[in-house]
Design a protein around this ligand. Structure first.
Ligand code: A3P
Length: 280
């Protein structure tokens, strides 16, 4: 069902509501049929809250698995489970590299049985919120939103928009990691920015792909921000905005920052997760 959700200034985002959760304006059929999607044990799932670096990790994983580089303007949307119908990815050769912003419990039922490998990606919530605001503004056909940053921050971090609250998302995954036997490798955007080669070697080892350090290095270089912005021409302006740590400083006012710190303390009091907001 289509809904319009107001920000703090009354400007509205157009979203869909499905099973009590909010999503972007995706065709509802993918969400409806998702629980019964057939999984394979060699599937690889990139799971991240929106704007955490999903495109980056998905592309590097896709190339690692392929074992060769390409300059195809292929989008991660072609393997996004809540966006496209199963028909569009069911015949892809193994191992399939799929991606989603859903919670673990929203994934296909067969995930628990087939145990695909999950690459779970996090990013500091201030930069996520800035990235999300800019993304929403660049898709007027989709979100139909023309609001201002000052009215966006609070409802966004309080979870009123699509995919809900960043806090709920990361806390849920922390709980899942304690209990599930589905293999999960946690990656972090700030760590990737600090040393992408180190982090992609972790992906290679976790996936057990037999790729040399030299090839891993080539993948990292090939997927630098500038290179992906160039190759992915269709989404260049929408997705590949700045690719930095700490752009939030150009957006958050002192008051917003103080409000955020209090919110973080309150929401994360039982969760020891910490994030880096600058790269020293
Ligand atoms: P910014 O808006 O801060 O620039 P997602 O892929 O989950 O939608 O996340 C998008 C964010 O990841 C954007 O952040 C985008 O610029 C950044 N990003 C995409 N590719 C990147 C890359 N190769 N290196 C660094 N950041 C990248």
């Amino acid at each position: 069902m289509e809904i319009r959700v107001p920000d703090d200034g009354g400007d509205e985002l157009t979203l869909i509501s499905f099973n009590g959760r909010k999503y972007p304006m995706f065709p509802a059929t993918a969400l409806e049929t998702l629980p019964s999607v057939e999984m394979r044990s060699d599937d690889i799932l990139v799971c991240a809250f929106p704007k955490s670096g999903t495109h980056w990790i998905w592309e590097m994983t896709r190339l690692l698995v392929a074992g060769k580089l390409d300059r195809d303007d292929i989008s991660k949307g072609t393997a996004m489970m809540e966006f496209i119908n199963e028909d569009e990815y069911k015949d892809l050769p193994s191992p399939r590299v799929l991606n989603t912003h859903l919670l673990f419990r929203e994934l296909p039922k067969q995930v628990k049985e087939k145990k695909p490998r999950i690459l779970y990606v996090t990013r500091n919530p201030k930069d996520v919120t800035v990235s999300f605001y800019n993304f929403v503004k660049k898709l007027p056909m989709f979100y139909k939103y023309s609001g201002e940053w000052k009215n966006f921050v609070r409802p966004s971090l309080e979870g009123r928009f699509d995919y809900g609250s960043w806090f709920d998302y990361v806390k849920d995954w922390e709980e899942v990691k304690k209990t599930t036997d589905v293999p999960i490798l946690t990656l972090n955007y700030e760590d990737m920015k600090e040393d992408v080669f180190r982090e992609v070697k972790k992906i290679r080892d976790f996936l057990g792909t037999d790729r040399s350090d030299e090839f891993v290095k080539e993948v990292c270089d090939h997927c630098s921000f500038g290179s992906m912005k160039d190759i992915k021409a269709n989404f260049s302006e929408i997705v590949y905005r700045k690719g930095e740590i700490g752009d939030w400083k150009n957006w958050f006012t002192v008051a917003q920052n103080e409000w955020f710190d209090k919110l973080y303390e309150e929401k994360m009091k039982d969760c020891p997760l910490t994030f880096r907001y600058t790269l020293k």
